[in-house]
Structures are given as structure tokens and as C-alpha cells.
Design a binder for this molecule. Structure first.
Ligand code: HEM
Length: 533
């Protein structure tokens, strides 16, 4: 069933399953390994082991009850090839949910070909130093508000805190502030006298029910079920607020542009966030620049919310969870922060020097790749040339028929011991090979001219690679580094253990993700103890 119509190489090892890993049935039906149904979390539960016998680190996943066979690869070269723009693999597909993300109009995530190029050309300049400074500053502001409103400033130890709820709120706020130009406060807002949803509720609702919105038949709205009424209200309000914001920002920019003597820098200041840059890009359209419609601006902001909220929040929660499991790594990161800052407050300009915090976040992302798979399908008959695992100097060509799904497995890659030694250990130091380790001789470390960069490790792709690489990767890193630096310099993260539970036992119980569109963590219970206590 799988060799002739889809994948041509019969030699590839096949993992026979009941359904495809990535299918609605895999999400809905709990795993039953006895019946060869492993569920959507298969690549996590098997980590790298499914490739152990595959001499190409590439297998065919062959469902026998329902669905088409697909190719799954954790090979660095394989993932590079499927991520390339002209390699014969496309992203947008009904099956992988990208089309749902265009429910408000075309955007960067859902576009292909020339349309994608246009969106990327307009969106890329919006991720600039001004925006990043805004991301840092707003993260610090939200952090300070959190400390104040949660009452942490008057205690030495907090009660049990679910880290995940903090990081989700933080990440959503930072996207709303910098992606849509909205203002958000940590304290819950109150509804007005007409009981209209607050802006926070609107944003929560819109960001967490994308698939319900795109896949539910209109009839359910017509019946007037309360949930769908609220969903409708949220989406309608979101659309209205965004249109008003576009108009308002456009008016401000028009006035500024018409003022004699105003420099491009001053205009840039007003277009200070991603949203402002998208609006501003349109103002130059008459000068021959490419531009976007209102719908496309709104849809792109919506896309940033989807792409940047859960991913950043889950990675931050996982990183903090791992820091709780590995207190010595936490002390290492703390000492790295003190090395850079001493007693003074961190600023955006410290970002490049805070390599140890960057490393900590990258290590969290390696161990929990929130975007866990690179979904592609062959848009024509295509080939992959993959080095053999047992002899990397020889390659094998895999022929793939048009229409076959091909996934890059970031979990398999991240836990491949040939790419990351001791992959089950949380080890931020691996990103800073040349960084001073606490055990290195002081003088020798100071003389090392290459010290100090959290460079990416060859083979790390959890922000993807190639032309469609995550446009928000630096946005996410800056947000994470600003938050973790502030938190870790004042607080120790301690896991809330059950009686006689070990740190590793806590890790196995708590840091076990579940999967929908992203790799997601549940409740991550910790305590924070002030470092002065
Ligand atoms: C830890 C956080 C993040 C992770 C792990 C992550 C991961 C990824 C990955 C793997 C892709 C490529 C998907 C593919 O090629 O099919 C991607 C694309 C994308 N990401 Fe992120 N992302 C993160 C944060 C963000 C943030 C904060 C934003 C926006 C503010 C963002 C916006 C996007 C967009 C718009 C794309 C599509 C780019 C294109 O197709 O040209 N991401 N992300």
C-alpha cells in the first residue's frame, strides 16, 4: 500500500501504525501500543529510538488502517533539504492546519511562492532593533507588574506557582503589546456595565480557539450556543479593534510624514513595534514599495500571535522546569548573570553579553522543541539525498512521489546523541563551549579571545532553517532572556516535590508534554525563594 503510490524506496525501514502520527485520530484516540497506535506524541515517547535501526535516520510511517504513508526524518541533511525553498516541498496544506491560520486573510505562515515572498519582504524589516528594544522593555515592565500584583515583593518564598500559567500570560502580553500595539496589564481587567468582553478576554479567546473558529460550521453560531456566541464576539471585537488601530496609527504616521524636517528615524520611532512597521510599510506603497491590505496586516498579527505565543510560553516553562530539576545549572546561570551585571539592573544592551541566559533558553528549546515537527509535502515528484548513518561519506537517494507528506522530526534530532552528546541532560554549557565554566582556571578563561557567544550548535534547527526560518526567533530569545535574567538574579526556582519524590521523578511526572499543534506542558508546580533569604 505504501511503496508504489507514494514513497518509491522500498528499502526504507517502515514503522507500521494504525493511523498517521499527525492526524485528528491520533489526537483523539489514546495511544494503544498493543495495536500499533502510538498517538500524536510518538516522536516524543520514542525520542530518537525509532531511527536506531534506520541507516538513514529516515523512515516511512505506514498506517495500515487509515491514512497515507509519510516520510519522517531526523537527519540534519534531510531536514535541510525539506526546508529549502526550491527542493520540491511545500508547507501550506489543509492536512497540517496552516490554512486554518489564514482564517482572517492571507499571511506569512500560510502563503506560498510569490505571495510568501511579498509577505516576508514586508514583515522582515518589522523585526528590527527598535522592535527588539520594545520587546525587552515591555517584558521587564510585565515582569515588574507580575512581582507587584502577585505580591512577591513582600515575601521570601512564594506559594506553589504554576510556571506555565505565568509564561502563557507573559508571552501573550508581549505579542499583544509588540505585535498589535495594544497595552496590557497583569491585573485582570473588569468588564464594563454592558458586560462586554475585556480586551484581555478577547485576546485569550482569539488565540486559544483558532481551530474551533475555522472548522466549526456556521450553523452552530446560528443556534446561539453560549460558547460560540462568545467566540463570535471575541473575533468580531478583535477585528474591529485592529481596524481602529490601523486607522489610528496610519493617521499619526501621515501627520508625521507631512511635517517638514521629520527624519526617517523619527518615523521609525512611531512605527516602534511589529504592527507599526507593517502599517508604515504601506505608507510607502505609492513610492513603489510592496504593501499589504488591512486584512493582511490583521491576519499577520494574528499569525504572530499563533506562532509566537504557545511556542515561547512552553519553551520558557520547560526551561524553568529544567532549571528546577538541575540546581547546579541554575547556579551556573545565576553566576553568569552576576558576572555580566554585578549589582546593576540589566538593560537591552546587555542582551549580547548575557550568553549564559541565551544558552539556558536554547537548551530548554532543544529538550522541548515546542514546534516539534517541520511539516512539508512533496509538491512534485522529489528526491532527498541522505548520508547513511553508518557511513556518512555515502548517501542514498530517496524518491518521493508528489503529494507525500514529509516531516522533519525536531524531537528525534534534538535527542540524537551524535548531534547533542548526553541528550537527556539539561546542559546549558554545551552552547558555550568556549565560555568560562565554573571549573575553568580564571586566568586561562580571561585570556580566551573567543569566550562569550551562545552560538548555535551545528544541527540545531528548532527555529527551523532556510528561507522560512522562524521570523520571530530573536523576538522570542529577547523576551526569554529579559524575563529569565530578572527572575534568576533574584529568585531560586525549586520544584514542588511529592513525599519522597526525587528531582528526576518530578521531571518524569511534570515535564511530560502533550501535543496538539505545539508541544505543550501542563501544570509545572514550583516555588520561588528569594536569593536574600
Ligand atoms: C520559542 C519560540 C518559537 C519557536 C520554537 C518557533 C518555531 C518556529 C518554526 C520551527 C518555524 C518554521 C516552521 C516551518 O518552516 O514550517 C516558525 C515559523 C514562524 N514563526 Fe516562529 N517560533 C517561535 C517564536 C515565534 C515568535 C515570537 C513569532 C512572532 C512574533 C514567530 C513567528 C513565526 C512566523 C510568522 C513564522 C512563519 C515564517 C515563514 O513562513 O516565513 N515565532 N517558527
Amino acid at each position: 500500500i505504501y511503496s508504489s503510490d507514494y514513497v518509491v524506496n522500498k528499502k526504507l525501514p517502515k514503522l507500521i501504525t494504525l493511523f498517521p502520527f499527525m492526524s485528528i485520530r491520533s489526537v483523539l484516540i489514546p495511544p494503544m501500543p498493543l495495536f500499533r497506535h502510538y498517538g500524536i506524541s510518538s516522536t516524543w515517547s520514542k525520542r530518537n529510538s525509532i531511527y536506531r535501526h534506520a541507516h538513514l535516520k529516515t523512515i516511512i510511517q505506514a498506517p495500515f488502517l487509515y491514512g497515507k504513508p509519510s516520510v519522517l526524518t531526523s537527519s540534519v541533511e534531510g531536514i535541510r533539504q525539506i526546508a529549502a525553498l526550491n527542493g520540491g516541498f511545500g508547507r501550506t496544506d489543509d492536512a497540517n492546519g496552516t490554512k486554518d491560520l489564514c482564517l482572517l486573510g492571507l499571511n506569512l505562515i500560510g502563503a506560498e511562492g510569490e505571495q510568501w515572498r511579498r509577505h516576508r519582504r514586508i514583515c522582515s524589516p518589522a523585526f528590527n532593533r527598535n522592535t527588539y528594544r520594545g520587546v525587552w522593555d515591555s517584558t521587564v515592565k510585565v515582569y515588574e507588574e507580575m512581582i507587584d500584583k502577585e505580591g512577591w515583593d513582600s515575601v521570601q518564598t512564594t506559594g506553589v506557582v504554576n510556571v506555565n500559567s505565568i509564561t502563557h500570560k507573559l508571552a501573550l502580553f508581549i505579542i499583544a503589546i509588540n505585535g498589535f500595539g495594544m497595552s496590557m496589564t497583569w491585573e485582570e481587567q473588569k468588564r464594563d456595565s454592558q458586560n462586554m468582553m475585556t480586551l484581555q478576554e478577547v485576546i485569550y479567546m482569539v488565540s486559544s480557539h483558532i481551530f474551533e473558529r475555522s472548522r466549526t460550521p456556521k450553523l452552530l453560531y446560528a443556534i446561539g450556543l453560549p460558547f460560540f456566541k462568545r467566540l463570535d464576539e471575541a473575533y468580531t471585537t478583535f477585528d474591529m479593534v485592529m481596524r481602529e488601530k490601523i486607522k489610528q496609527r496610519e493617521d499619526e504616521l501621515t501627520i508625521l510624514r507631512a511635517t517638514p524636517g521629520v527624519t526617517e528615524n523619527e518615523i521609525g520611532d512611531l512605527a516602534r513595534d511589529v504592527f507599526g512597521c507593517l502599517v508604515n510599510s504601506r505608507m510607502g506603497a505609492s513610492e513603489g514599495r510592496v504593501s499589504m491590505s488591512d486584512d493582511e496586516i490583521i491576519s499577520n498579527c494574528f499569525g504572530f500571535m499563533f506562532a509566537g505565543h504557545e511556542t515561547t510560553a512552553n519553551t520558557l516553562a520547560a526551561t524553568m522546569g529544567m532549571l528546577a530539576v538541575y540546581p547546579e545549572a541554575q547556579e551556573y546561570v545565576y553566576r553568569g548573570i552576576v558576572d555580566v551585571l554585578g549589582d546593576r539592573e540589566p538593560t537591552f544592551d546587555d542582551f549580547d553579553s548575557l550568553t549564559v541566559v541565551q544558552a539556558c533558553f536554547l537548551e530548554g528549546l532543544r529538550m522541548f522543541p515546542s514546534a516539534f515537527s517541520l511539516f512539508r509535502h512533496a509538491v512534485r515528484d522529489a528526491t532527498l539525498n541522505i548520508p547513511c548513518a553508518d557511513d556518512p561519506s555515502s548517501t542514498e537517494t530517496i524518491h518521493i512521489k508528489k503529494g507525500t507528506s514529509v516531516s522533519g522530526d525536531f524531537i528525534g534530532l534534538s535527542y540524537d546523541p551524535e548531534v547533542f552528546s548526553e541528550p537527556n541532560d539539561f546542559n546549558p554549557r554545551r552552547w558555550l563551549e568556549k565560555e568560562r565554566s565554573p571549573f575553568t582556571d580564571e586566568k586561562q578563561a580571561d585570556e580566551d579571545p573567543t569566550r562569550g557567544s551562545a552560538d548555535t550548535i551545528d544541527g540545531f534547527m528548532n527555529f527551523s532553517i532556510g528561507p522560512r526560518q522562524c521570523i520571530g526567533h530573536k523576538f522570542a530569545k529577547i523576551e526569554a532572556v529579559a524575563f529569565l535574567t530578572h527572575l534568576l538574579r533574584s529568585w531560586r526556582i525549586i520544584p514542588v516535590l511529592r513525599p519522597s519524590e526525587t528531582h528526576q521523578g518530578w521531571r518524569a511526572r511534570v515535564l511530560e508534554p502533550h501535543f496538539v499543534m505545539t508541544l505543550t506542558l501542563g501544570n509545572v508546580p514550583v516555588k520561588f525563594t528569594h536569593r536574600t533569604s
